[in-house]
Design a protein around this ligand. Structure first.
Ligand SMILES: Cc1cc2nc3c(=O)[nH]c(=O)nc-3n(C[C@H](O)[C@H](O)[C@H](O)COP(=O)(O)OP(=O)(O)OC[C@H]3O[C@@H](n4cnc5c(N)ncnc54)[C@H](O)[C@@H]3O)c2cc1C
Length: 376
């Protein structure tokens, strides 16, 4: 029986724990920095069919229908006048069993944690050091130590554990943008709507069948290092209000009903962690974190975790070759999306809207730009 340590009980780590849980050849443990799961926030997550296919295999399809939503379109809307430019039909990427899904992040995490026995998850623990011999000796923050055959690093975008393995400078970079998240009630829309403004965009979508909507805005914002190191800035009412003012002044949607608003800086990866150790893997945002404009971070975290499992089972070396090429294709799409959504010059906006109208109905483009990513 192989012993596996998964560092981080987020989307990637917990998905992988489920896969190991269904496979008695492995004895796994999940080590999580927090003292418990954080199910309190109601923010949303979009899951495209590539990850839904994998999630359904571990029982996601059995969740009560009221806790998920299946949007059928993505609407592109000009923020200042709420004029719809075009839409993309998401049904073309679905099949009979797997559909593009939106839900609450907490619903996904509750689902992923439900089948993991309590004794398999160790809270309040971080990795301090590794020693390599026949197996890998892991030393933890509470001074405990344990031997493992395989270590999977899945501790998110600010992964500290990857520095223990890959000594290079792998710090994520500030993406010159800030995210605002909130819950929108008293709103009516059965689709995902992307509102495009000058140097910002925001996305609204239902997260369940109870009229709760996720709101997420990405606004360009230059910040100094000292701002970025000061968490209090992002919690301050003045900072949040100044961002909301930009949105309210440039949007014809009533955002007054927005609750639970939170601001945080967006950090993205510039490079990949490397190791010559065969039994060490990086998954999810710890491997690579994208700008959040293609809604693929969580889906890719799930895909990577699945590929890590398959690579362990088949003893293959191909994991990162294929993964890195997929990461490149998602990363440039995410950057192109942000550029397109945030245009501010009226002539550029006019041209963009014509191009969007054309491309949103062009089957070949959609197959290449979205289909390639959604159908893994
Ligand atoms: C504004 C925004 C909107 C997004 N929307 C979407 C979307 O709609 N669809 C989508 O697919 N993706 C989306 N994403 C991306 C997605 O949220 C992430 O890619 C995904 O959560 C990454 O999963 P993960 O498991 O790698 O990391 P996480 O989910 O961040 O989990 C990491 C876990 O590791 C723990 N941890 C941290 N440090 C340590 C340590 N040293 N030791 C032990 N444990 C540790 C953390 O507490 C956490 O539990 C969005 C991202 C942002 C910023």
């Amino acid at each position: 029986m192989k012993k596996v340590a998964i560092i981080g009980a987020g989307i990637s780590g917990l998905y992988l724990a489920n896969v190991f849980n269904n496979n008695p050849e492995f004895d796994y443990r999940v080590f999580e920095k927090r003292e418990d799961f954080n199910f309190s926030k109601g923010y949303g997550i979009q899951l495209s069919v590539n990850s839904i296919k994998l999630l359904n295999k571990i029982g996601f399809k059995n969740l009560p229908a009221s806790e998920v939503f299946f949007p059928s379109k993505v609407n592109f809307i000009q923020s200042n006048n709420s004029k719809k430019i075009c839409d993309i039909d998401l049904n073309q990427f679905n099949d009979n069993l797997n559909r593009y899904t939106t839900t609450k992040r907490s619903t996904l995490l509750k689902f992923l944690s439900k089948n993991i026995p309590n004794n398999k998850i160790k809270f309040n623990k971080t990795l301090n050091h590794l020693d390599y011999a026949d197996d890998i000796k892991a030393y933890f923050s509470d001074k405990s130590q344990e031997n493992f055959d395989i270590i999977v690093i899945a501790d998110g975008v600010f992964s500290k554990s990857k520095f223990i393995i890959s000594k290079e400078s792998l710090k994520p970079e500030y993406n010159n943008s800030v995210a605002l998240r909130g819950i929108l009630k008293k709103y009516q829309d059965n689709n995902i709507s992307i509102f495009m403004g000058s140097n910002f965009h925001y996305v609204v979508y239902p997260v369940n069948q109870n009229n709760e909507y996720n709101f997420v805005a990405i606004l360009q914002k230059k910040l100094t290092n000292s701002d970025l190191n000061n968490e209090k800035i992002f919690q301050s009412k003045d900072f949040i209000n100044s961002l909301m003012k930009i949105l309210n002044n440039n949007s014809s949607v009533n955002l007054q009903n927005l609750t639970e608003i939170q601001a945080f800086p967006i950090f993205v990866s510039k490079s990949f962690p490397v190791t010559n150790k065969k039994n060490i893997f990086f998954s999810g945002d710890a491997l690579f974190s994208f700008p959040p404009s293609f809604a693929q971070g969580a889906s890719q975290s799930i895909e990577t975790a699945q590929e890590i499992f398959e690579s362990i089972i088949s003893n293959s070396d191909n994991l990162y070759k294929e993964r890195i090429s997929r990461i490149y294709s998602i990363n440039w799409r995410s950057k192109l999306n942000i550029f397109t959504f945030h245009l501010s010059n009226p002539i550029n906006i006019f041209i963009r809207n014509i191009i969007l109208k054309y491309l949103s109905k062009n089957k070949i483009f959609l197959k290449n730009y979205l289909g390639k990513i959604y159908k893994n």
